[in-house]
Design a protein around this ligand. Structure first.
Ligand code: M6R
Length: 609
C-alpha cells in the first residue's frame, strides 16, 4: 500500500528515485511523484498513472537535485489524481512529505489546521502531516517531526525534507515498514529492501516510534522523545538479480516457475533424509512447549490464509492436533479464547499485513507465544513474533502470490512433521516415507511445469468466459479457493471456490454451459465423492476441466479435459494441484491483456486495514 523512497548521495537523484519506485511499484500504482531539492528550491513532479508515466514526464522535462523523495500510491483517501499524488507540500512550499499508511484522525486535524490558517490543496490524509510539521517547525525538521507525530493516530511510514533545514531527510514509522540503506557516501530510505539491493546490502530496519535523520555524512537514529539510539546493521543476502524478470514475460510467470527451487530451498537443511529427523531449532519455540500443545490456531489473510488451510489438514492428519484457521481481519476483533496449551501460527509473506500484525499483537497480549511463517527478512511480523520460520522464496514481485504460497505449504508441512515427531504420532516407517515424499515434491512440480504450453493452449478456450467454478475437497478444498482467487485477482473473471460436498447446498443452481468448472480430483479419500460431483455437473451440461493423477484412466471419459499431475502421497497433492490453477489463471489473464503483475485495485502488501 504505497511505496516510499528517499535518496541523498552523489548519483542522479531523479534516476535513483525512479529506479527505486519501479521496484516498489507492486505496492501501489495509481499515481506517483518525486520531489528533489535543487539548490534550496523544491521541484515536484507528479502524475496520475504508473511509474512509466512519471518517467516519461521526467524524460521530457528533467529534474535535477542533490537529494529527494519519491512515492508510488495506492489510493485510500482521495481519488487517484495528480493533485492527490505524493509528495505533498506545506503552505510555504519549502517542505515535502511522502507517506504510506492511513492517518485516522486526519479530518479533525485538518479542521484544526484550517482554523489556524493552513490552506489545503488535496483530498488526502497525508497533507495534514506536511502542515503539522510546518506548524511545529522552528529550524529543526527532526524536532518538528517529533512534535507532529504526537498528534497523529493511525499507521504511517513518513519521509520528509525541508529547504529550511537542509540537506537532510527525516523518516519515521508507526505501523508500515521503513528501512534505511547505508551505501558508500550515499544513504537511502525505502518501504522495503528491493530498491536498495542494487546499491547496498547494509540495511537498518526502523521500529515503530523511531526516527532516522539522513544526511550526506551519515544517518542518526532517535526515538520520539529525541533520545539517540544505536541501531543494528543487517546484511541482506538477496541479490538484485532476484528482482529481475530474467526473460519471462511477467514476474508472476517467473515466480510460478521458481516453485520447485524455492520449495527445495525451504525444506533443505530442515529435515534429514538420512535420519528422518527434523532440524527446526531455529524456530525458537521449545520442544517442551510444542510437546504439550493441545490445539493450534492459524491466522492469516488472502493466499496465506489458503496456505494456512492446507496447514490445518497437514497438522490434523500428521500430528493429531485440532486446528482452527482464522482470517486475521476477523480474529483481531473477536473475543477469542486462548489458553497456554495453544500454538498460534501467523502466516504472512510480506510480514507487514496490517491485520495479521494486529492479530499477532492481540494474541501476544493474551500471553500466547506466536510462531510466524514469513518470507521477508526482518519484516515487522518476523521481528515481533516469538518464534519464526522463514520461507526461502526470495522476493516475490507479482502482486498475486504464487511461489510464496507453495513455500508456506512447505513450511507448514515441516511444522506438521515436527509436531508429529515430538508428539510421537508417526512411526519411523511412515515418517521416512513422508519425508521422502516431501523431498520428491520439487521434481514432480518440475514435471507439471514442463506441460505449461498445453495449459496455455487450454486456457485460450476460456478467455471470454465471465464466470468460473472451482471444486476441491479435503486437502484440495483450499486449492479450489486459491485457484478462484488467482483467476479473480489477475483476470477479473468472477470465480468461486467451493468444497465439492457443498455443491448440492446451493452452487449447483449456477451450473449450465456458460459456467465451466475446474475440478481438483487426485486419487485420495474423497475421489469417489468428487466423481459424484462430476456426474451432477455433467447432467446439467456443465463443462469440466479436471486436475487428476496421470495414471487415472477412469477420469478421462467423465470430463471434457484433464490436466495431469504425477501421483504422490494424497496429503501432499496441494503442492502439485496448485501449479495448474496458477498457470491457468496466468495464461487467461495474459491473453486477456490484463496487467498480470499489477492487477487493478490491488497492492502487494496490505499495510492498512
Ligand atoms: O503478505 P501476506 O501474505 O500477509 O499477504 C496476504 C494477502 O494480502 C495476499 O496473500 C493477497 O491475498 C494476494 N494478493 C494473493 O495473491
Amino acid at each position: 500500500m504505497c511505496g516510499i523512497i528517499g535518496y541523498i548521495g552523489p548519483k542522479s537523484v531523479a534516476q535513483v528515485l525512479i529506479e527505486g519506485l519501479k521496484k516498489l511499484e507492486y505496492r501501489g500504482y495509481d499515481s506517483a511523484g518525486i520531489a528533489v531539492d535543487d539548490e534550496n528550491e523544491i521541484k515536484v513532479r507528479r502524475v496520475k498513472g504508473k511509474i512509466s508515466d512519471l518517467e516519461e514526464s521526467l524524460a521530457k522535462s528533467p529534474l535535477q537535485g542533490s537529494y529527494g523523495l519519491g512515492h508510488t500510491r495506492w489510493a485510500t483517501h482521495g481519488r487517484p489524481s495528480e493533485e492527490n499524488a505524493h509528495p505533498h507540500r506545506d503552505c510555504t512550499g519549502s517542505l515535502v512529505v511522502v507517506h504510506n499508511g492511513i492517518i485516522e484522525n486526519y479530518l479533525p486535524l485538518k479542521k484544526k489546521l484550517k482554523d489556524e490558517g493552513h490552506s489545503f490543496q488535496t483530498e488526502t490524509d497525508t497533507e495534514v502531516i506536511a502542515h503539522l510539521i510546518e506548524k511545529y517547525f522552528q529550524g529543526s525538521l527532526e524536532e518538528a517531526t517529533q512534535r507532529a507525530v504526537q498528534e497523529l493516530e493511525g499507521a504511517y511510514a513518513i519521509a520528509a525534507f525541508s529547504t529550511q533545514d537542509a540537506p537532510k531527510i527525516v523518516a519515521t514509522k508507526v505501523g508500515p515498514p521503513a528501512v534505511v540503506g547505508l551505501g558508500e557516501n550515499e544513504y537511502f530510505v525505502s518501504s522495503d529492501i528491493n530498491p536498495l539491493l542494487s546499491h547496498t546490502q547494509r540495511m537498518v530496519f526502523l521500529e515503530d516510534g523511531e526516527i532516522a535523520v539522513i544526511e550526506p555524512e551519515g544517518v542518526r537514529f532517535s526515538d520520539f522523545k529525541g533520545s539517540s539510539l544505536e541501531k543494528r546493521v543487517d546484511y541482506l543476502t538477496w541479490t538484485p538479480l532476484m528482482i529481475e524478470k530474467e526473460g519471462f514475460k511477467h514476474f508472476m510467470l517467473k515466480e510460478i516457475f521458481e516453485q520447485p527451487q524455492v520449495v527445495r530451498d525451504t525444506i533443505t537443511g530442515r529435515v534429514s533424509l538420512d535420519s528422518g529427523e527434523m532440524c527446526l531449532d531455529e524456530i525458537g519455540i521449545s520442544a517442551e512447549f510444542l510437546k504439550k500443545i493441545k490445539k493450534t490456531v492459524i491466522i492469516a489473510c488472502g493466499t496465506s490464509y489458503h496456505a494456512g488451510l492446507v496447514g490445518k489438514y497437514f497438522i490434523e492428519t500428521l500430528a493429531d492436533i485440532p486446528v482452527d484457521i482464522e482470517y486475521a481481519s476477523e480474529y483481531r476483533y473477536r473475543d477469542f479464547i486462548l489458553d497456554r496449551e495453544t500454538l498460534v501460527l501467523v502466516i504472512s509473506q510480506s510480514g507487514e499485513t496490517a491485520d495479521v500484525l494486529a492479530a499477532l499483537r492481540a494474541v501476544k497480549k493474551r500471553g500466547a507465544v506466536p510462531l510466524a511463517i514469513c518470507n521477508v527478512k526482518n519484516s515487522s511480523i518476523a521481528r515481533e513474533a516469538e518464534g519464526l520460520l522463514y520461507t526461502h522464496a526470495g522476493p516475490e514481485i507479482g502482486v498475486a502470490a504464487t511461489k510464496t504460497f507453495s513455500d508456506q505449504m512447505a513450511a507448514l508441512a515441516l511444522i506438521a512433521l515436527h509436531l508429529a515427531q515430538l508428539k510421537e504420532k508417526v512411526d519411523s516407517e511412515t515418517n521416512f516415507s513422508l519425508i521422502e515424499d516431501l523431498h520428491r515434491i520439487p521434481y514432480r512440480m518440475e514435471k507439471i511445469l514442463s506441460q505449461a504450453e498445453s495449459i496455455e493452449k487450454l486456457a485460450r478456450r476460456f478467455i471470454s468466459f465471465s464466470h468460473f467454478l472451482y471444486l476441491g475437497r479435503w486437502v484440495n478444498y483450499p486449492i479450489a479457493l486459491e485457484g478462484a482467487l488467482k483467476l479473480k485477482e489477475i483476470s477479473y473473471i468472477h470465480a468461486e471456490g467451493y468444497p465439492g460436498g457443498e455443491m448440492k447446498h446451493g452452487p449447483i443452481a449456477l451450473i449450465d454451459e456458460k459456467i465451466p468448472t475446474m475440478v481438483i480430483i487426485p486419487r485420495d479419500r474423497v475421489y469417489e465423492k468428487m466423481m459424484s460431483n462430476i456426474s451432477e455437473i455433467k447432467t446439467r451440461l456443465g463443462y469440466i476441466l479436471a486436475i487428476a493423477f496421470e495414471d487415472d484412466k477412469e477420469i478421462q471419459d467423465k470430463v471434457d479435459k484433464v490436466i495431469s499431475i504425477p501421483s504422490t502421497n494424497p496429503l501432499f497433492t496441494p503442492f502439485l494441484t496448485t501449479i495448474p490453477v496458477q498457470l491457468f489463471a496466468y495464461y487467461i489473464a495474459a491473453m486477456r491483456g490484463a496487467d498480470v503483475d499489477q492487477p487493478r485495485n490491488l497492492a502487494k502488501s496490505v499495510t492498512v486495514e
